[in-house]
Design a protein. Structure first.
Length: 515
RNA sequence: GGUCCAUUCGUCUAUCGGUUAGGACGCCAGAUUUUCAUUCUGGAAAGAGGGGUUCGAUUCCCCUAUGGACUACCA
């Protein structure tokens, strides 16, 4: 019997169970670009039967904003982006908050130090600023590090003394110069960068005993067995550093995919958190009140967007299914998503198209569900009606709206009789004989037993025909009387909901007011 | 300034060397409608520029231009 080989075969990344992470830092509300990154991670994970991890990258204690973490979680839950593990969700790779992983990072920092892949530096921020002011394009790297105060230029004793005396220090990665570092990007292909243009990035700061993003990120992704790093393009320039870090640890790097940025709809630059109210539309999923300033930023949820519409809209900003399909729900997106179909260039955020998506999703939402969403708005306007009536009203006006709140603009006349009449419509539609016609119409309607749309319409049209009256003239004046302006759904659908009494009352009001 | 990434209608995009360069949003026109919308039909609208490679380039390569990102003891 042959001996079994004991060594574990090293699996390729592509053969491992897919694990991706969304790793925001809690420095404020999650903006829409971050949401898209989370979405793409989610779609990729679910398509491959993998796991989605939520990790909170709070290694900058100065920028921590209370409430941001809750906000991020609530936002993604609202949108239907679900995590398999992470902060609040648990899992076997925790803790998932980087501030709770101090001790883990320390060990790896020491490992790098011991292997001479990193070194300790004592230069203060002030000293560095002075250097940068003095020397153009100063960079802390192989060409300059020997002229700085660090463990490469100081003796072991001096270093120990400085530390023991309480001097703050940082640990920097020691980048070997003049080497071509290859980043294999799933979206962009091979990106080659010469290591000489990289600087000896700070990996760890003694001041708060926390690593910087770069180190924490690599350590966590490795420990959490992340297979695919899908993140914004702003990380592409530091990807070579990350590759070098994996190499320094002798770890297998995950696959990288750098997503194109979401750009401002006007002018230039990436869509930023501040663009929110400047541009007059939300850039946040949920409303956010800045805990310091009290400033309020609008959110998609509060603006009346359906989460499905936001997801669909966002999915298509930087990716497409390769055919002409535009309306896709989450399951379809999971099915169709592909990193190779992600575009390489930034996408300008087109708010108009976002509205169109919401219109589409409103149309496919049931009248019952819309009624539920509409009722709080009606309550705000101090009007009410039986659910059944509201559902009926919605069925008449929904196709004209893109947002639930617009339902009120289209249907307020059902709840409140007109108190004034649109001047333009009055001039055009209320003729010499309108009062007379309306008076006759009242008589006709008074005799109608069954006020259903079809029945009333048949009777009225019959009356018009028998007398040889002008259909348009009568109907337009009738509409003005009922609605107060020249718009609205089919007139007999309106009268059916209004009922005989209210219909007659409104006609009478109009005759009095307009004659 | 340096490095990297990108570049098809106004916007989001399809095209994986041969197409009348397709779709969507928006815009315009027409049709439908008793009104206003919706809807439907149609229309205008694009390969940044210059060199190559090739029988043939939107597609591959180079240069230029433009845009963007990064360039912190932030992520």
């Amino acid at each position: 019997m042959p001996l079994k080989k004991l060594e574990k075969p090293t699996k390729k990344m592509s053969e491992k169970k897919v694990r991706v992470r969304f790793a925001p830092s809690p420095t404020g509300p999650l903006h829409i670009g971050g949401v898209r990154t989370a979405l793409y991670n989610y779609l990729f994970a679910k398509q491959n039967g993998g796991d989605m991890i939520l990790r909170i990258e709070d290694t900058d204690s100065n920028r921590y904003v209370p409430g941001a973490e809750d906000y991020i979680i609530e936002s993604l839950e609202w949108l239907g982006i679900k995590f398999d593990e992470g902060v609040r969700y648990g899992g076997n790779y925790g803790p998932y908050r980087q501030s709770e992983r101090r001790d883990i990072y320390k060990g790896y920092v020491n490992q790098l130090l011991d292997a001479s892949k990193a070194y300790i530096a004592f230069d203060t921020p002030e000293e560095l600023d002075a250097k940068r002011a003095e020397i153009q394009n100063f960079q802390y790297d192989a060409s300059t590090r020997l002229g700085m105060r660090n463990s490469l230029t100081l003796s072991k004793e001096e270093v120990d003394e400085l530390i023991n005396n309480g001097n703050q220090y940082v640990v920097r990665i020691k980048i070997e110069p003049d080497e071509n570092v290859i980043v294999n990007d799933l979206i962009r292909g091979e990106v080659v960068i010469n290591s000489s243009i990289l600087d000896d990035k700070v990996l760890y700061k003694s001041a708060d005993e926390l690593p910087t993003y770069h180190l924490a990120n690599i350590v966590d992704d490795h420990l959490m067995e992340v297979t695919h790093v899908i993140r914004g393009e702003e990380w592409l320039p530091s990807a070579p550093l990350h590759v070098l870090l994996y190499r320094a640890f002798d770890w297998q790097a995950p696959e990288f995919a750098h997503l194109p940025l979401l750009l401002k709809p006007d002018g230039n630059g990436k869509l930023s958190k501040r663009d929110g109210d400047r541009l007059g539309f939300p850039v946040f999923p949920l409303e956010w009140i800045d805990p310091k300033t009290g400033d309020l930023s609008s959110g998609y949820r509060e603006a009346g967007y359906l989460p499905e519409a936001v997801i669909n809209f966002l999915a298509l900003l930087g990716w497409n299914p390769g055919n002409n399909q535009e309306i896709m729900n989450m399951d379809e997106l999971i099915n169709l998503f592909s990193l190779v179909h992600c575009s390489k260039s930034g996408a300008k955020f087109d708010y108009e198209k976002g509205k169109w998506f919401n219109h589409k999703y409103i149309q496919s939402t049931s009248n019952e569900v819309l009624a539920e969403m509409f009722e709080p708005i009606l309550a705000e306007k101090s009007v009410s009606a039986p659910r059944e009536t509201i559902v009926k009203i919605i069925s008449l006006v929904k196709e004209r709206v893109s947002f639930v709140k617009e339902l009120w603009d289209q249907s307020s006349f059902f709840f409140v009789a007109p108190t004034s009449y649109d001047e333009k419509t009055r001039k055009k539609r209320w003729k010499e004989d309108s009062a007379d016609m309306m008076t006759q119409l009242m008589a006709v309607l008074s005799g109608v037993e069954n006020f259903s749309s079809e029945n009333t319409e048949a009777i009225v049209k019959n009356w018009i025909e028998e007398n040889g009256y002008h259909l348009g003239n009568i109907m337009n004046a009738f509409r003005l009387a009922l609605v107060g302006e020249g718009k609205g759904p089919h007139i007999f659908d309106i009268t059916e909901i209004l009922g005989k009494e209210e219909t007659l009352r409104r006609i009478n009001n109009a005759i009095v007011a307009l004659s």
